[in-house]
Design a protein around this ligand. Structure first.
Ligand SMILES: Nc1ncnc2c1ncn2[C@@H]1O[C@H](COP(=O)(O)OP(=O)(O)OP(=O)(O)O)[C@@H](O)[C@H]1O
Length: 228
């Protein structure tokens, strides 16, 4: 589980200091699904970066399963990220010169997975996002929704403990958005990773079992859906 205590993040911008997070406390159980919403500049992406160990807090602590990220050196934090955390971004971030299959395989290269197993697992991951027949296509030959599916397969092929998604449907039309959300929710229900998603979209926020609103770097509101 994640435990965040009094997490503060400040950035220097010229002579000024910007407080992106101003004392965030958050407990997140394994397998939970949390949506983070809030106005622009509220600190959503910063929170996601800290959860992913892409950045460190200025004060306070972020720990995953009792391991405080601050106690890990750069190499250990990189390893934790590589093994346990998958990322999906608004802009897909696929490598344009690699096929869908090769893009997914790139997530397994740093784990030292052998070539044959890499092929097999990447093909299975592509099939799980409905792109079993598209492995040989380049990103430019795929629609936006299909490209995001490849990115989701790449994030999940290593079976991470955590999936972090920053506006994953931000570049997609409404129908494709709903398809991608259905897919993500289905994969979450099946694979039981901890899932944190940032969104501006109130339609998506309404679907969340747990929702926090970040405003001026603080949790301004929190809602948990009642079990049906
Ligand atoms: N690398 C950085 N350097 C300086 N300031 C930063 C940096 N990253 C974020 N900030 C500032 O921190 C604040 C919070 O930014 P953050 O991106 O976390 O907000 P957000 O809620 O994700 O916004 P958006 O919805 O627009 O993506 C903003 O004022 C932003 O300008």
């Amino acid at each position: 589980m994640y435990q965040l205590r009094e997490v503060t993040k400040q950035y220097r911008r010229g002579k000024d200091t910007v407080r992106a997070l101003a004392g965030v406390d958050l407990d997140l159980d394994d397998g939970e699904r949390l949506v983070v919403q809030g106005p622009t500049g509220g600190g959503k992406s910063t929170l996601l970066q800290l959860l992913g160990g892409l950045d460190r807090p200025s004060a306070g602590s972020v720990s995953l399963d009792g391991t405080d990220f601050a106690r890990l050196g750069e190499a250990k934090l990189t390893r934790l990220r590589r093994d346990s955390i998958g990322f999906v971004f608004q802009s897909f971030n696929l490598i344009p010169t690699l096929t869908a299959q090769e893009n997914v395989e790139t997530a397994l290269v740093p784990l030292g997975t052998k070539t044959a197993e890499r092929r097999e697992r990447a093909a299975a991951a592509l099939a799980s996002v409905g792109l079993g027949e598209r492995g040989k296509h380049l990103p430019s030959e795929l629609s936006g929704g299909q490209q995001q599916r490849v990115a989701i397969a790449r994030a999940l092929v290593k079976a991470p403990k955590v999936l972090l998604a920053d506006e994953p449907t931000g570049n997609l039309d409404e129908t494709t958005r709903d398809e991608i959300m259905d897919l993500l929710e289905g994969l979450w229900a099946e694979q039981k990773f901890t899932f944190v998603m940032v969104t501006h979209d109130s339609a998506l926020a309404r679907r969340a079992p747990r929702l926090i609103t970040l405003r001026k770097g603080r949790i301004a509101d929190e809602k948990t859906a009642k079990p049906v």
